[in-house]
Ligand binder design. Sequence first.
Ligand code: AMP
Ligand code: MG
Length: 637
Amino acid sequence: MIFFSKNKCSQHKHQRKKDKKEYKMITFGVLTVSDRCSAGTAEDKSGPALVKLLDAQQKFQCQVVQTSIVPDEKSTIEAVLKDWADTLHLDVVLTTGGTGFAPRDVTPEATKAILDIEAPGICIAMLKASLDVTPMAMLSRGVAGVRGKTLIINLPGSPKGALENAETALKGVPHAVALLKGETAKVEKVHNNLHCGCSHEKVETDPSKVAHRPRKSPYPMISVEAALDIILAEIGNLQQTTKLPISQALGYIAAADCTSLCDIPPYPASTKDGYAVLSEDGAGERKVVGDIVAGGVDQNQQLSHGECLRITTGAAVCGGADAVVQVEDTELLDSTLDGKVELKIKVLEAAIKGQDIRPKGSDLSRGEVVVQKGTKIGPAQIGALASAGLSQVTVYEQPSVAIFSTGDEILDVNVSAHSPFAIYDSNRPTLMALLVQHGFHVHDLGIAKDIPEQIADTLRKGFNVSDVVISSGGVSMGEKDFLKHILATEFQAQIHFGRINMKPGKPTTFATCSFGGRKKFVFALPGNPVSATVTCHLFALPALRALAGFDTKYRGEMSVQLAEDIKLDIRPEFCRAVVERVKVPSEHVPVAHLTGNQISSRLLSLQSGSVLLVLPAQTDERKILCKGSLVRALVIE
Ligand code: AMP
Ligand code: MG
């Protein structure tokens, strides 16, 4: 039975308003770092400008309780920061200056040295905003982080740069300070359900109460990169390992270094069919006193001067011989009448010591690593393991995955009855094939109708057989889009994200929950066939690969040039394209052609050998990418 909880959206808004008032007075220190200002040969403009900004801002109560100017001296900067954090217990310290590339710019180094933890998100936010103003922002090296309960943020030295960056950073400051002071029980509650770090209430709206549904998605829109980072962080070190016979290990990733149990060759071995000789004897006649074939050794036979042993390729060079002369470099002088035994030969060219002998262990020595941890086991690795005497190998287990489609209108193509309003299920066959193609074992859970109990039952079945469940459809804003709600209410799942800034695939949802004592991962993909396929490539496959021990997010990417102008979308877009298969000079970048209409319902935009063009969102300055522009393309086959 499924229980729907009340729509909390209006409460949510109200709660957020209240939060602002609840932030207590925030104390600031402003530290100017500059040799010249400190020496009095230049006027400090940035420090006072920051103080003015803080005094003027209305979003929270604050007070600048300390200002100071120090030279670009690492130890001095460190000392002031420590004092302000450890003794004065300031809530926030803004530094300005010393973040550039001049030899004496050491503010970031000094700050890093005294931080307990870094907060790179603040710098990314500042950088993102500044880059829109000037590309020179890329040269700023400022860091941000926390010492004790003090948030420290490096700002650039110029008044303009310092103010612009401060304005961005201040947006996150009250929340950060509240977290540091442990004042936000509500924030913890949020982290239980959403990964975004802002004050969203748990999303438990019942989509079937259509008039009450939120008209804006309550899920924050996150970037593709952030989504992938969240997924990989959730997977963490959950990979399982198992020992497999090498014959069954093809395609798995080695979970440990595999070291050889033996030397190859295990003895000095001849590389030629010929005669084992004493190199000192030089060219000339030799008495053939015996023979050695691969696999057998005459330990007792010792060569005297003028003697040799007949030898085959791979046989152990013994009898004191130190070189091999190939049969082509000899002449037969005498043999038994029946021709079965050679008695005497002539060495035509003097042998060099060691000639045509592979020393013991020269290919592989005992204890040497034959397959490194993290290597994908292919035919060559199976051979190397066998040669090293290893009949088993420890690998990462491959996760199995369960998959289902949702939708009242969705019909299995194998079921002949087709109503005028039915749509054949293309997502399940596509995604199953894609996953099988990548070596994963897939459980087919069929199609669930848009009935909450049926979706919950299907999820349960999936959790019983797999740690990863992939669904498609039912994650958008419609009254039949139950997935998120069921995950949250029925399985107490954490919805880590429910909206991604991308096209296609915006409503892609990722959740984890505990089921039967194990962590389960759910990829609730959008229903449109292209969206489901693209997001499976971008999120579900990397997750499965991470669980299987691969350490790369994408399988392959390349640089391509556009065959045509492309109008950019307001979201970053993954357009499907085919790369021209022409013989091109190596310095030439391959040309990519769009695969026709890019609407997310049109599966034919995915063609054999297509790539995903990674296109940026449009900006005021750039709305079109022109023909010939270079873009990244993800290889999806
Ligand atoms: P939904 O995300 O459930 O709202 O579905 C979005 C669109 O994708 C609708 O037009 C659905 O009919 C279509 N769709 C959903 N699931 C599938 C599927 N398994 N195969 C083909 N089309 C689908
Ligand atoms: Mg649907």
